[in-house]
Ligand binder design. Sequence first.
Ligand code: HEC
Length: 123
Amino acid sequence: MNLPFRMTAGAFALLLSHSAFALDCDAGAGQKVFQTKCSACHALDSDRVGPHLAGVVGRPMGSVKGFTYSPALAGAKDNWSLERLETWLTSPARMFPETTMAFGGLRKAEERKAVLCFLQSQG
Ligand code: HEC
């Protein structure tokens, strides 16, 4: 009696913690932001002007093998958490003044949230 209940509660808690962000955001809108603002330089699965972005949420910064990063990103030690991605997309040059990502940033919070939702769904 007790065990199945605990397992269900545990699975439910896990589901909640993993999908809390996804439930509250719009990957479809994020895909549009990606296409209009990012895809000139980024693809999901291949490196172009910028590194591929599938799986970027949680990935160590500057870690795609074979892509030539700026020293700023190549030397960065953190992982791309959602919070750090949010800071980065607000203003890449404010976070890493030496970056070669020539992109001013997404000014609208909804666009940042949507594009992160989309990228997270491309894990
Ligand atoms: C003008 C080209 C360009 C545009 C537009 C652009 N990027 Fe980039 N991006 C780059 C380059 C170049 C780098 C590598 C930067 C470096 O090494 O300093 C990069 C790096 C990144 C990284 C770090 C990846 C890693 O492996 O550490 C993320 C995340 C990222 N871009 C997301 C985005 C998103 C999301 C958008 C759209 C909102 C976007 N970029 C728009 C060129 C661009």
